[in-house]
Design a protein around this ligand. Sequence first.
Ligand code: PRP
Ligand code: URA
Length: 210
Amino acid sequence: MENQVLIVNHPLIQHKLTLIRNKNTGSKEFRELIGEIAMLMGYEATRDLPLKEVEIETPVAIARTQIISGRKLAFVPILRAGIGMIDGLIGLVPAAKVGHIGIYRNPTTLEPVEYYSKLPPDIDERDVIVLDPMLATGGSAIDAISIVKQCNPRCIKFMCILAAPEGIQALSKSHPDVQIYCASMDKKLNEYGYIVPGLGDAGDRIFGTK
Ligand code: PRP
Ligand code: URA
């Protein structure tokens, strides 16, 4: 499959993006907004879930209607900031399992450093959506997806909120089979590897660590 980038530019998402970009937005509101944006993006990322027909009885008549046909999903947030997206998505798909991959960027080299990984044992029977609000150089997402791929999931999607063109390019090159969903493609990276205009350090803003 050719790599595809889908920019989810629904007005509600764009409005909430403006709020999280604002440096005066505090941690509580920032955290809530990240969860809400993830939920709205999840609507798009789950659009291809297959349906099956069932027969039910309404108070008025018998109806043939549709339900999701048991497709299994797993969400895999990249720690820390990906954690902020999980509640919104679990709200949409409560039966999904959740794996965790811990990666931080070395602040000098910007190279990803892996420190934790715990994935559902039946991930080979699942579609996986890897989550991280920020795709900057792409190093963290590329490594996280490589870790997930070792477990042979049925398919992998990557969902971020902001992406730099450099990150999209690097991720597309390393994992051309992974569909990317993002809410905005920003202008560029600055000399410190931060997305411009971006929103700053997502993990610090979610957890109030700065
Ligand atoms: C941030 C962010 C991504 C990564 C993106 O994490 O949440 O995981 O940087 O950058 P990249 O595309 O250049 O790899 P960070 O390293 O700040 O770790 P943290 O979430 O633990 O704060
Ligand atoms: N990680 C962040 O949290 N923000 C950026 O702009 C880049 C990487």
